[in-house]
Design a protein. Structure first.
Lengths: 356, 276
């Protein structure tokens, strides 16, 4: 399986920049998620790789072969569309066979491959149905079979799970991952859902405003977001503005107090301390040995079953979110809304992120 | 209940005259007394017994079929281009341009074609610049009539096809392309099968309109080129043979109906599987 290399790829629509000079290498057999809010350029990037959108500049190579100027029908890529785009006038089997027919594969090989592909996505008994007679999840699997049966060099998926309900989404997520792993297929998929990206991808590419914000394995990006946007998009609600003290001795909040902080690289000027809700502990009385502690009042308490989320208004005016283990699972007793509480976290928790 | 005024109007305005015509077609004609009340099939027998009138019907059918086919072949690329490759603003402008022929009266537009097509006309002068000599022979010919018909029917075809092309998901074409199909194959295997309802509607529309065309065959075809609608008019208004004119009108209607319904049934049976 070949790798995919994007070199300074850009797409401009008149003066509007959809994707600005993007460079990225997707390794052989790697599953990469392009992640970002709508309008960030992720779908445009995917469609440029697929050949449906012309690049304004830059070049795209697949296994060393320059495909930038090739039309989609000569790129040998499997593309799964957000709405599946199954041919409504063809049966499931005819849909899957279409790509093989275009390649001039003979009748008996086509029949065999179609059958194998449908078995692989567990739809063998639906071969003669029409797409509209299938459920959303089944249609999705037909689209997958149709894209895979041509033995593509690269598999491209555009928001493959967004039209499915929650339980089916979980199932398909695992299924796509397993198929991709068993075939060792270089795969790029687009999503706006960070959970989907984190749980599926080997690496995620976080995009914003046509630019790559951060690239890395999910744990690395989630653990160490590099910008306020990245932290916010990955669901880190606590972003405390301030400045690092010289020699990384601590972090002076704009609201006044100095926090203890260790193990952070220096960031000059105004920056933010990003604290994930899980690293903050909540107490009903002032803790005795906390490295960092802020007092406040519980504004909102949300019970999630295994966890409880508290939103606190601290005395220094900052609003912080803490996530505690539920009382039944060894966590602290529930603190009702309006009660006084103390938040604490170790000096090693949190990361500083620059303003942009 | 809101449908009541419409129903009354259709009944009075359409079905009543039709019933009257049907009744007339069964009457007897006498050159001195004109219409004599009777119940006879002789007008229909006259049509089927006279090769001249059958030839008129046959000419009407093939001219209409050919004009419809030309509209289809010419209309598909234009309608597809408008649906896929033109910005919203440009499309609105182009559709207005396409509709212009329909804003001009039949007789006026056809007269303009006469100026263009006649042997000393605009087209002859233009071709003369390139050394063409001799008469064009387009006036008073089937070719001329077809040109005239296509020019007015094409807008109907384009507009019908355009709306059905626009309803086809562009992703289907992209999917076809990603699976290795070229533009021609995508058109043949994906777009046209899905556009079949529109192709059928546009064709039926064009066929019916040209089966009943009057001004074009009269003005461009001339006095010796006979099609059904002018013949009906001639019988009723010139010869004053109302019974035979009415019979001709009913035969024209029946043939048009049988052909369009027949073709629709065949086409729909082929595509019914997924289009219902």
């Amino acid at each position: 399986m070949p790798d995919v290399v994007l070199q300074d790829v850009a797409k401009h629509y008149g003066p509007a920049v959809a994707v600005a000079n993007m460079s990225l290498r997707i390794g052989d057999g790697e599953l990469v998620a392009l992640l970002g809010p709508s309008g960030c350029g992720k779908t445009t990037t995917l469609r440029m790789i697929g050949g449906f959108v012309e690049t304004t500049s830059g070049c795209i190579t697949v296994g060393g072969r320059d495909v930038t100027a090739l039309p989609p029908n000569r790129r040998n890529m499997g593309f799964v569309f957000q709405n599946y785009a199954l041919f409504p006038h063809m049966t499931v089997a005819q849909n899957v066979a279409f790509g093989l027919e275009m390649r001039g594969v003979n009748r008996s090989d086509t029949d065999r491959k179609v059958r194998e592909a449908l078995v692989r996505v567990r739809l063998a008994q639906y071969a003669d149905r029409l797409p509209r007679q299938l459920s959303g999840g089944q249609q999705q699997r037909v689209a997958l079979a149709r894209a895979l049966v041509i033995e593509p060099d690269v598999l491209l998926l555009d928001e493959p799970l967004s039209n499915l309900d929650a339980s089916l989404r979980q199932e398909m997520k695992i299924e796509i991952r397993q198929l991709q792993q068993s075939l060792g297929l270089t795969t790029i998929f687009v999503t706006h859902d960070q959970d989907e990206a984190m749980s599926t991808a080997d690496r995620m590419v976080l995009m914003y405003n046509g630019k790559v914000e951060q690239v890395g394995p999910p744990d690395e990006v989630y653990g160490a977001p590099r910008s306020v946007f990245a932290a916010g998009f990955l669901g880190i609600p606590n972003l405390l503005p301030g400045q690092m003290l010289p020699g990384q001795q601590g972090f002076r909040l704009e609201a006044g107090p100095v926090l203890r902080l260790s193990g952070q690289a220096a960031v000059a000027g105004r920056c933010f301390l990003a604290l994930r809700p899980e690293v903050i502990s909540i107490h009903a009385a002032p803790p005795s040995d906390a490295e960092n502690c802020l007092a406040g009042r519980v504004e909102i308490m949300t019970y999630h079953g295994s966890a409880v989320e508290y939103q606190l208004r601290t005395d220094i005016g900052l609003t912080l979110t803490a996530r505690a283990v539920a009382p039944g699972l060894g966590g602290p007793a529930l603190l009702p809304e309006g009660s006084r509480a103390w938040l604490s976290w170790p000096a090693t928790a949190g990361v500083t992120v620059s303003e942009n | 209940m809101l449908a009541a005024p419409g129903l009354v109007f259709v009944t009075l305005g359409l079905l009543l005259p039709l019933a009257l015509m049907l009744r007339n077609s069964l009457n007897r004609y006498d050159p001195s007394e004109l219409m004599i009340s009777a119940v006879t099939a002789e007008n229909y027998l006259k049509f089927f017994g006279d090769a001249f009138y059958q030839e008129v019907l046959w000419r009407t059918v093939w001219i209409s079929g050919l004009s419809t086919a030309i509209c289809l072949v010419a209309g598909v690329p234009v309608a597809y281009f408008l649906a896929r490759h033109v910005s919203a603003l440009a499309k609105r402008m182009l559709l207005i341009v396409i509709l212009v022929p329909l804003l001009i009266g039949n007789a006026v537009r056809t007269s303009a074609w006469m100026l263009i097509l006649n042997d000393k006309g605009v087209l002859a002068a233009f071709l003369g610049l390139f050394g063409h000599e001799g008469p064009l022979g387009l006036m008073y010919s089937a070719q001329g009539v077809i040109i005239g018909l296509v020019s007015v029917l094409l807008p109907f075809m384009i507009i019908t096809l355009n709306s059905v092309f626009e309803s086809i998901d562009q992703n289907l074409e992209d999917a076809g392309q990603s699976l290795g199909a070229g533009h021609f194959t995508i058109m043949r295997r994906i777009v046209l099968p899905l556009a079949m309802p529109g192709v059928l509607a546009g064709s039926v529309l064009c066929f019916i309109l040209s089966m009943n065309a009057y001004a074009t065959p009269v003005l461009i075809g001339g006095p010796t080129f006979h099609m059904m609608a002018p013949t009906v008019y001639q019988q009723i208004a010139k010869v004053m043979n109302w019974p035979f004119g009415a019979a001709l009108a009913f035969i024209l209607m029946a043939v048009t109906l049988i052909l369009t319904v027949g073709v629709s049934v065949v086409v729909q049976r082929r595509y019914r599987k997924w289009s219902e």
